[in-house]
Design a protein around this ligand. Structure first.
Ligand code: PLP
Length: 455
């Protein structure tokens, strides 16, 4: 008989280990228990309402109370609650979604392959790339390049691709064959007086040097998010993607666009690849694909990727990879309805226009003494907070000011997220201009509260 304390908060501490949480601190601080959602708002157990300015985890495009997604789930649950795609089985939601995604892709794609999370999708991409190299008789071509501060997930391969210390330290990662190249963050990384174009050229040179040092015949692919999300919303400088792609094509290296955050409207285009002129061989999709009402992710692969894999599966007898829940019919039905809503309501256009308003208002804060940089595109942005503006250095320890302001945001009725000292904004795509104003008014109040504590 287990007689632990009875409040939801106490039971959370007793029974639940959290992701991305300091487990010891949590024992003292306890959880914020969210009970309900409605539009861009969520409500906690005590009845406090918050604007969810991170759309959950960068994902709830249509808001937290979309009945059409509920109805789509119920309809599919009643008709066929589960099926899979192993051994040539299929079902209508999966076929419809595969067709829809291939047709939506901004560059010619051949097939969609379904997984359950962004991490699984990136692991799958890496396995497909290795399988393809073997199929092409290039067994040495196994190394993958991603970027410092890139985020691709937390499973063993995807955490290795991720370029953030917390995802490696004490996990014995990254694994072999994963290399990291420089972060395209002009404000932080550029040399004195280096223009964005010059900085982009230097980063493309860094990449080429890495490829040559390792041996071009050993490099299989480059993974990148159009805009880095969890690394702090890093918007690439002018010319970056064009120059990186020139290097990749010179050495016949595949390009994987991790569109897990940018995909389905976030940047004011349907895909981040369109915003930055990226022509990927593989696209990794998740989050806003279903507004995260149910977990689902997908890879889009072009002919160059699919054809050798198909031949290899024929030689071996099967493509020995697949997930029980991959392309789950209920998640696929919800994703289809969600994509319909994004199109019908022109949420991509909303991200462009309301996003422009959000970017403009945030940029007005650039002269604030605690604001180092404001960056973003469409409905994704970050404000990097500093203790010393001239030297771009943190207040006290790195992340302390971000945590302080993030706490004030919550007190002011807005859920945001600080990645170190970068405070991120990534609201549902349905947000309106007056609602954006509420978020930024709360941010201004939070900054003023912080100023009182920062000498
Ligand atoms: C760009 C990107 N890729 C991959 C992932 C991993 O997705 P998941 O948490 O569903 O495994 C994330 C999650 O935030 C992400 O932002």
């Amino acid at each position: 008989m287990d007689a632990r304390p009875n409040s939801p908060e106490a039971r959370d501490i007793s029974y639940h280990m959290h992701g991305y949480t300091n487990a010891r601190k949590h024992e003292e601080a306890g959880p914020l228990v969210i009970e309900k959602g409605d539009g861009i708002y969520v409500e906690d157990l005590a009845g406090n309402r918050y604007i969810e300015a991170m759309a959950g985890l960068w994902s709830v495009a249509v808001g937290f109370s979309e009945k059409r997604l509920v109805d789509a789930a119920v309809r599919q649950m009643s008709r066929l609650p589960y099926y899979h795609d192993f051994g040539s089985k299929s079902h209508s939601p999966l076929i419809d979604l595969a067709e829809k995604l291939v047709q939506m892709a901004p560059v010619p794609m051949s097939k969609a392959y379904f997984t359950n999370s962004g991490s699984e999708a990136n692991d799958t991409a890496m396995k497909m790339i290795w399988y393809r190299s073997n199929a092409l008789g290039q067994p040495a071509r196994k190394k993958i390049i991603s970027r410092i501060r890139g985020y691709h997930g937390v499973t063993i391969a995807s955490a290795s691709l991720t370029g953030l210390p917390n995802n490696h330290t004490s996990f014995d990662l990254p694994i072999a064959n994963v290399l990291h190249t420089s972060t395209p963050h002009h404000w932080r990384e550029a040399l004195p007086n280096e223009s964005e174009g010059e900085f982009s050229s230097r980063l493309a040179d860094d990449l080429e040097k890495l490829i040559l040092a390792e041996g071009p015949e050993t490099i299989a692919a480059f993974f990148g998010e159009p805009i880095m999300g969890a690394g702090g919303v890093i918007v690439p400088p002018a010319g970056y993607w064009e120059k990186i792609q020139a290097v990749l094509s010179k050495y016949d290296i595949l390009l994987v666009a991790d569109e897990v955050i940018c995909g389905f409207g976030r940047t004011g285009e349907m895909f981040g690849s369109q915003t930055f002129g990226i022509r990927p061989d593989i696209m990794v999709l998740s989050k806003q694909i279903s507004s995260s009402y149910l977990p689902i992710s997908a890879l889009l692969i072009n002919e160059k990727v699919f054809e050798p894999i198909a031949d290899e599966s024929n030689r071996i007898g099967t493509f020995g990879h697949g997930f029980t829940g991959g392309g789950h019919p209920v998640a696929a039905a919800v994703a289809l309805e969600n994509l319909k809503l994004i199109e019908e309501r022109d949420l991509v256009g909303n991200a462009r226009t309301v996003g422009a308003h959000m970017q403009k208002r945030l940029r007005k804060l650039a002269s604030h003494p605690l604001v180092g940089e404001v960056r973003g595109v469409g409905l994704i942005a970050a404000v990097e907070l500093v203790g010393d503006k001239a030297n771009k250095t943190p207040w006290e320890t790195a992340g302390a000011l971000g945590g302080l302001v993030n706490g004030f945001m919550q007190q002011n009725g807005v859920i945001s997220r600080n990645m170190g000292d970068a405070l991120a904004f990534c609201p549902p795509l349905i947000i309106t201009e007056p609602q954006v104003d509420q978020v930024i008014d709360a941010f201004e109040r939070s900054l003023e509260a912080a100023v009182k504590q920062v000498p």
